[in-house]
Design a protein around this ligand. Structure first.
Ligand code: UDP
Length: 453
């Protein structure tokens, strides 16, 4: 890049699955010669010491520990969008008065209120959507589906039917995306979508080959420069932006296991389940007789600190065959030779990390985009199996056996997962994988600056 570096101001949301990709993007753009400022909350703050090359700016307010109840993500996004408007505006004002090199801000798609702030201040906003393009397309299509009656009770008996507007989704996937009330769900999602439509650019942490069938349709909804520059973690690991301490005993334990025989189980940073479901997970794992590494994050099981609900009998049955930790170095775990399968909640970062390591998935989606990601993994990409009955030990046991051992359908899924890994590795080595869209994004940011200089 010629001349002084231009500055980009990024504002991540304070949740693991949103923070990691934004910090990764900050590092990617820094490696492209941009100066980077990161505005952040105190709650789930990134550690500035880990990134001395980026400058960090703390804003007051945001979420308290008490407010950050993860059982209602829509309420969290609403709260953040309202509470942060003043502090972000003040912080941006200060940054703009002290730096004359600012090209644009990049904010999370879910931070839709930042679009109005950007317009008021007169600075372009580029949106980072931290999940898949297919899930964003789904969000954009939901109002139409509502009009067409996909949320009507008459369809309750046709939950398995396909949604012709959005293959391969089924009616039940669309219906599962409703949180609290349909009106509130659609209002929050519509703010996110409309905010993105009026932005200056749209970035996805995903890649062209995976999302290709949806891109034309996506372009109809979002008529703005769009950049698929993922998977970010291929450029910059997510490990440094982990908000919880990663237990390295999980890796030592994997070192003692045979190649490809361990099922890694993690439902991400936000999902919660009741004790009954957790018990089904535990007994499904035990009955499958496969070795497993299970991340039970404190707070995963509602009303419990950690493992109090697990009966002693469980430990006796699994003996040395299972390892349970509070949080793991996931990327390293997925790339470990002992790991042969990943039972995931289908969060987008987890899905991408699994695809890049060639690990077939078992999918248990909990909320929002996870329902879309898991359907795509099962039906479109055929890189895993979606649990269709919720948490039910018999289904769990048989699906684990299918993914880990089956020589027919399971073998096909395992081979397909390895093919994707090889394809990704080869394209990453040969043409830098996302270098073309990344160059285009760099050009866009540089041109914004030059036109406003
Ligand atoms: N992760 C981790 N250790 C764990 C579980 C998850 O480091 O024990 C990381 C994982 O690698 C991923 C992120 O946490 O980058 C989870 O993001 P995702 O989008 O999958 O789900 P979310 O937490 O947002 O629901």
């Amino acid at each position: 890049m010629e001349g002084d570096p231009r500055r980009v101001i990024l504002f991540p949301l304070p949740f693991q699955g949103h923070m990691s990709p934004m910090i990764q993007l900050a590092n990617i753009l820094h490696s492209r010669g941009f100066a980077i400022s990161v505005i952040h909350h105190e709650y789930n703050s990134p550690d500035p010491c880990k990134y001395p090359h980026l400058s960090f700016h703390l804003i007051p307010g945001g979420l308290s520990q008490y407010q950050a109840d993860k059982s209602d993500p829509l309420r969290l996004f609403q709260l953040l969008n309202i509470d942060c408007i003043g502090p972000i505006r003040d912080c941006l004002g200060k940054l703009l008065s002290t730096h004359d090199d600012v090209a644009c801000i990049i904010t999370d798609a879910n931070m839709s209120s930042s679009q109005a702030i950007a317009e008021d201040i007169g600075i372009p906003r580029i949106v980072l959507r931290t999940s898949s393009a297919c899930s964003f397309l789904t969000f954009a299509t939901l109002p139409l589906l509502r009009e067409k009656g996909f949320y009507s009770h008459d369809l309750d008996s046709r939950r398995e039917d396909p949604v012709p507007e959005l293959p391969p989704l089924k009616v039940k996937d669309i219906q599962a995306m409703q949180f609290r009330s349909l009106d509130i769900t659609l209002m929050v999602l519509s703010n996110i979508i409309e905010g993105a439509k009026t932005a200056s650019g749209l970035i996805f942490n995903t890649f062209h080959d995976l999302e290709e069938p949806n891109l034309a349709n996506l372009g109809e909804h979002f008529r703005l420069p769009t950049f698929l520059i993922g998977p970010f973690h291929k450029f910059f690991s997510a490990a440094s932006s982990s908000l919880l301490a990663q237990d390295r005993n999980s890796v030592s334990w994997l070192d003692t296991q045979e190649t490809g025989c361990v099922l890694y189980v993690s439902f991400g940073s936000g999902a919660t389940m009741n004790e009954k479901s957790a018990m089904e997970v535990a007994w499904g794992l035990a009955n499958s007789e496969q070795p497993f590494l299970w991340v039970v994050r404190p707070g995963l099981v509602q009303g419990s600190e950690w493992l109090e609900w697990l009966p002693d009998e469980f430990e006796e049955v699994i003996s040395q065959r299972g390892c349970i930790v509070k949080w793991a170095p996931q990327q390293e775990v997925l790339s470990h030779p002992a790991v042969g399968g990943f039972w995931t909640h289908s969060g987008w970062n987890s899905t991408l990390e699994s695809i890049c390591e060639g690990v077939p998935m078992i999918c248990s989606s909990f909320s929002g985009d996870q329902h879309v990601n898991s359907r795509y993994v099962n039906d479109a990409w055929r890189l895993g199996i979606k649990l269709e009955c919720g948490f039910e030990r018999e289904e769990i046991e048989s699906v684990i056996r299918m993914i880990m051992l089956d020589r027919d359908q399971g073998q096909e899924i395992r081979e397909r997962a390895l093919c994707w890994k090889e394809k990704i590795d080869v394209s990453f080595k040969t043409d830098g994988f996302s270098s073309q869209p990344l160059n285009a994004l760099s050009d866009l940011i540089s041109s914004i600056k030059s036109s406003s200089a």
